[in-house]
Design a protein around this ligand. Structure first.
Ligand SMILES: O=C(COP(=O)(O)O)[C@@H](O)[C@H](O)[C@H](O)[C@H](O)COP(=O)(O)O
Ligand SMILES: [Mn+2]
Ligand SMILES: [Mn+2]
Length: 345
């Protein structure tokens, strides 16, 4: 699956990031999102692959593009056998978030990116548009921490695994009323909290890299983003666990319906028998081969954002592969027309 795909998907996320970054700071989150979706889809459909969107734009809003179930890639066409080789005809599943952190883009804040994950058919958990409680931690703490334990216990475990004091740990938490008690607990345990407005994918993956000064992600975000984070964390050997949240009392806002019973019913209808199950990264991204790619829209912990110059743009991306066991940071100059000059860095 990986050979050429690994290179082509860089361009997919780069194009989405370039399109979206034009709307940085314009206060128009929907446009920043739409142009990313369009650009991602257009580039994806130029790849010799037979892809199906399993996480995309949409369960909630009847999105016209990159919706769940949409087939993408040149080899999805009916007459594909005529111009695609057998490898390219193998079905693959794709999870996308063309603009992860739409608000961040709209208000010019750090941490947004165009992102996707790919695996063979059935290799990614088709997470419903629900909330997910998440715990991400560095590779050294993998399988030592547990989402069922308290934040205090997990911080102690991370501090032991990293050989540093709890006071030296930084935990990213999304700035939401639902996290009030969690934030108090983390602070009481002695650790420091970095509150983010949006964008928990970047925060989760940052835990896998030392030097980011992010040692854990705790709290509740969206489930589709949980699967995309898990795909990267699985390849990187970081710790990631997720548990679906269906009780509106816990989150108080947004994604899920107002009745716990109907939410449970919705999960059952999707084939999720145990709504309280804790999933680890290997279960959320269980495929034999997993590929992850992201490109910064605004600057973030892992990647810089898009920078435009006369006649071009420069992007910073990250491609992670379970097969080649690589995490590639890719710095690309895009030449739209004749640039007057190309800056070395
Ligand atoms: O910040 C996020 C928004 O993603 P997007 O809609 O693609 O710009 C995600 O990282 C979060 O995981 C998640 O979507 C969020 O926590 C759910 O929204 P909210 O109800 O505001 O917490
Ligand atoms: Mn998102
Ligand atoms: Mn998005």
């Amino acid at each position: 699956m990986e050979t050429t795909l690994g290179l082509e998907i860089i361009e997919v996320v780069e194009q989405a990031a370039i399109a979206s970054a034009r709307w940085m700071g314009k206060g128009e989150k929907n446009t920043a999102d739409e142009v990313a979706v369009e650009a991602m889809r257009e580039r994806m459909n130029q790849i010799h692959m037979r892809g199906r969107i399993v996480i995309g734009e949409g369960e909630r809003d009847d999105a016209p593009m990159l919706y769940i179930g949409e087939e993408v890639g040149i080899c999805s066409r009916e007459d594909a056998k005529e111009y695609c080789n057998p490898d390219e005809l193998v079905e693959i599943d794709i999870a996308v978030d063309p603009c992860e952190g739409t608000n961040l883009v709209a208000y010019g804040q750090p941490g947004s990116m165009a992102v996707l994950a790919i695996s063979e058919k059935g290799g990614l958990f088709a997470a419903p548009d629900f909330y997910m409680k998440k715990l991400a931690a560095p590779p050294a703490a993998r399988n030592h921490v547990d989402i069922r334990k308290s934040a205090t216990e997990n911080l102690k475990l991370i501090s032991e695994c990293l050989n540093r004091s709890v006071e030296e740990l930084v935990v990213v938490v999304m700035d939401r009323p639902r996290h009030k008690n969690l934030i108090n607990e983390i602070r009481s345990a002695g650790a420091r909290v970095r509150l983010i407005a949006d964008g928990d994918v970047s925060a989760a993956i940052s835990c896998a890299f030392s030097g980011t000064n992010i040692h854990a992600l705790m709290g509740i975000g969206a489930a589709p983003e949980g699967v995309i984070s898990a795909a990267a964390m699985r390849c990187l050997g970081g710790h990631f666990q997720g548990q679906l949240i269906y009780d509106p009392e816990i989150v108080k806002t947004g994604l899920i319906g107002e009745s716990k019973e109907s939410n449970l019913e919705r999960l059952r209808s999707m084939g999720i028998e145990d709504p309280d199950r804790v999933y680890n990264a290997e279960e959320l991204a269980c495929g034999e081969t997993v590929l992850f790619a992201a490109s910064g829209i605004t600057p973030g912990t892992l990647m810089d954002g898009v920078r435009y110059f006369h006649g071009g743009a420069r992007t910073h991306s990250l491609v992670i592969s379970s097969q080649s066991k690589t995490a590639r940071f890719v710095d690309t100059v895009h030449m739209f027309d004749s640039p007057k000059s190309i800056q070395l860095r």
